[in-house]
Design a protein around this ligand. Sequence first.
Ligand code: MN
Length: 396
Amino acid sequence: MRFLHTADWQLGMTRHFLDADAQARFTAARTDVIARIGELAASEDCAFVLVCGDVFESNALPRRVVARACEALRQVPVPVYLLPGNHDPLDAASIYDSPAFLDAAPEHVHVLRGTEPVAVGDDIWILPAPWTSKHPTCDALAPAVTHLLPRADDGAASGPGEVTGAPARPGEPGALRIVAGHGAVDTLSPDAHDPSLISTPGLRELLEAGTISYVALGDRHSTTEVAPGIAYSGAPEVTDFIETDPGNVLVVDLADGRASTTAHHVGTWSFRDLRFEVDDGEDVAAMDHALAEMPEKSRTVLRLALRGTLTLTEHAQLEEVLERHRETFASVRVWQRHTDVAVHVSPGDLTQLDVGGFVAEAVEELTEAAAGEGADRDVARDSLALLYRLAGGGKR
Ligand SMILES: [Mn+2]
């Protein structure tokens, strides 16, 4: 038995560093990846697609985001199970209860609204743990795992028709049971006081005993194996710089009750942190070349850490290079916290500045301050760099 595990679609996500044009492409990419997931599910012979939370960026999104998501879901040729996560919890304002969703959701798309086991095949069960608020007060998986705790009449199996009453272990002893959850796990979270933290030792025991076959998780946007049989699929399209391995979905094989996963890259966007040492014009030209060589610029977001010392002329060249690449990349930002480019004034810089009168006097004063150690040194350097650009210096 095979299925496709994904999560954290974060449909409708906005990023402050994208301009309107890039944001529109980013938004479209998050929807377009759904069709590729559908194609992969078909080509890999997956029985269904399981989305482990944060399908939507929030419960309050423009109607068109939901409409386009439903339209994309329509193209997925297998059943799709959506688990509400912390971004789209099943609370009073749930997006899954909005007319936009209810009117447009295709019939083969199912929202995992409760913690009762859901039969998804011949003795194959999903044990869902949907979020019902943004701040759960207990282990996010506890409500689903309750069904697996030993019972007084342990050994008696219940059938598909009997799961709506008191919690019971679903299916025959050999049933395939997949836990679907969302949230941080104890072994990876730095916040030990988070009440929703998912405890892994119990899950590992259930896996080893064969009571469950796989724990499908969402929340962590990088593909991560927590332990054998417990995994985060990661987000199918990147959402942040901190992610180490985003853009994947997992095809999960369940054979003999054990799971094996294969990651497939489906993402089209990338967020890159780059560092450059810039100490002269050649360094700036090398950076220019490195950026020019990068592929898929319209879907690449850059954050640059720059270090070095440049003359006014070279600094103007740097600014020109950055501005030019901003035309083709989705975003090019200088990461101020990790950037330290000192600008100094060389005699050559000033001979290029064709200014006279009071401007020349100001340049002289600023040059003195820029060369000194006073508190106004940086302001003087920035002012000179600006003046230099405004006066048309450094044009090639
Ligand atoms: Mn998420």
